[in-house]
Every structure is written in structure tokens, then in C-alpha cells.
Design a protein around this ligand. Structure first.
Ligand code: SF4
Length: 283
């Protein structure tokens, strides 16, 4: 394979990996590789897996990455008419190689987002707040009323508790980065639904990739499931570290849960002590 072809192939593979597609198959007799999300039913079974950097929720449809460059999700839905043709990797010019994104670029791409139904009830998009080069990132569930009002994450009572825990770790709030798996307030503060998470979470993955922290702390079960694909109950998993791409992830209770169950605050302190020790040892 000559160098130009090799570079084109690398650019395409990188493009598909950014979309969360990592598996390809070779249709018998076709001689061209096809991305697994485009396979026909008769093709050999391939695990079409869309994931965050560390293998977040397996089995999520691969067209759930609207925040990525490339075709909008609607363009990939089955339509009436002739069957969709599988695309060869080499039928179109390769996409430009994407350099390391900044948070500003991700925010610009999000724009005045209306990609899911949560846009209908929000006042403000709560993108995230903090140090764009933070070594510690906290990921919660979604904005509440106070956050929606102010456009900032974790500013209500749960935010005050998180602030105390951040101080307990020996840091200031402005030194860490705080965001949520969905950027718009779910009505009545309900838990975000799967399709809403699927639509919004690619922006979260990109935020983390832009920051490249040492540790991502999942606050609560929805963040844990979204980032790590863990289906077990959080009570069995909290206080543990997991691989998340080149970095580590940690699972802790959401501060709002602690406010409802104050007897558990001891556990939250223990978990933040673990975070403190991890960051000390990583320095
Ligand atoms: S929750 Fe996310 S995907 Fe849905 S409208 Fe808000 S920013 Fe867009």
C-alpha cells in the first residue's frame, strides 16, 4: 500500500472512530471494507458498538453521535426507495484530520442545540464550567432549576455540597471542571431518558477528550452508566476506579442523593478522600 493510500485510510479510520464506529467487515466478493453500521442484514454478524473513549455503553446505535463531524443522524435512517448502497472507504475524499479539539470548539459545535426534546423546556444550555485543563472532571446527571436559571452546573444545594467536597480534596472549584451528561434541564428534574442521553453524550465525550483530565468522577448512576457502560447498581460500584481511555474514572454518589440521605455523607467523604489520595499519587 503506498503512503498516500495509507494516509487516506488512517484519516477514514480516525473519522469513523470519532463517530464511535470501530468495526468493519468485508462483504464476500466485494473487495471493499464497509463500516459495520452500514452492513446489510445478510452480512456476517458484526458487533456495531458505539462507545465513549473507554467503551461506554455497548450496543448503543452508532448513529447516536450528532455532535460529531459528518452526516447528520437523520441522513442515516432507513428511507423508502432503493436499498442503501454500502460505501467503500475510498469512494469519497478523506475528511480533514481533526486536531485536538478545545472546549470552545465543542461549545461552538453544540450551538443553540435543539437535537433532542429537552431543548423545549430549557431556559439555558448548561454546557459546563471550570478549568479547561483540569486534572479532575466531575460529571453529573443534568441541570436542575437553579442551573437552568444561571446557565451553570451544580449551583444549587447539591452544588454547595460538591463545593465542600472539592475543598476537602484540597482544590478550588475553579480548578476542576464540572458538567453533566445532558446540557438541558429535564422537565421536573426527572432522570434523562436514553435517547436524550444518546443524543447529548457525544458532546460530553468530546469535552472530556478536550480537557484530558487525570480523573473523571461520575456523580451518580446515570453518569456511571453513560461513561462506563456499567449496569450494576451504584452501591456496588461506588468508590472504585475504572479505565476510561488513557485516563481513570471514579464512581461516587451524586451530592443530591446525599442531601436526601444525609447518613451517607460519611461514604461520600470516604470517596473524596480516595480521590484526594489518587490525585496526590498521580502528581
Ligand atoms: S440536552 Fe443536549 S442534545 Fe438535547 S437539546 Fe440540550 S444540548 Fe441539545
Amino acid at each position: 500500500m503506498d503512503n498516500k493510500l495509507r494516509e487516506e485510510l488512517a484519516a477514514w479510520l480516525e473519522f469513523y472512530r470519532d463517530l464511535g464506529i470501530e468495526d468493519f467487515y468485508l462483504p464476500p466478493g466485494s473487495g471493499v471494507a464497509v463500516a459495520s453500521h452500514e452492513r446489510k442484514e445478510s452480512a456476517p454478524p458484526v458487533a456495531a458498538v458505539s462507545r465513549g473513549p473507554a467503551g461506554a455503553e455497548a450496543g448503543r446505535p452508532s448513529d447516536s453521535a450528532p455532535g460529531r463531524a459528518g452526516p447528520a443522524p437523520t441522513e442515516r435512517r432507513p428511507t423508502a426507495g432503493p436499498p442503501a448502497r454500502s460505501l467503500s472507504l475510498f469512494e469519497a475524499p478523506p475528511p480533514p484530520r481533526r486536531e485536538h479539539e478545545t472546549l470552545e470548539q465543542v461549545r461552538r459545535d453544540l450551538g443553540d442545540c435543539r437535537r433532542c426534546r429537552l431543548a423545549g423546556g430549557r431556559k439555558t444550555i448548561v454546557f459546563g464550567q471550570g478549568n479547561p485543563h483540569a486534572e479532575l472532571v466531575f460529571v453529573g446527571e443534568g441541570p436542575g432549576a437553579d442551573e437552568d436559571e444561571q446557565g451553570l452546573p451544580f449551583v444549587g444545594r447539591a452544588g454547595q455540597l460538591l463545593n465542600r467536597m472539592i475543598q476537602f480534596v484540597g482544590m478550588k472549584r475553579e480548578e476542576v471542571y464540572i458538567c453533566n451528561i445532558v446540557k438541558c434541564r429535564p422537565p421536573g428534574n426527572r432522570t434523562p431518558e436514553k435517547d436524550e442521553i444518546d443524543t447529548c453524550s457525544p458532546f460530553l465525550f468530546r469535552q472530556i477528550e478536550a480537557i484530558r483530565p487525570r480523573l473523571v468522577c461520575c456523580l451518580g448512576a446515570p453518569a456511571m452508566k453513560t461513561l462506563l457502560g456499567i449496569k450494576e447498581g451504584i452501591t456496588r460500584v461506588r468508590g472504585q476506579f475504572f479505565d476510561y481511555g488513557a485516563t481513570k474514572a471514579f464512581v461516587a454518589y451524586h451530592p443530591a442523593y446525599i442531601l436526601r440521605n444525609p447518613r451517607e455523607e460519611k461514604i461520600l467523604r470516604e470517596d473524596f478522600e480516595t480521590i484526594r489520595e489518587f490525585l496526590k499519587s498521580a502528581r
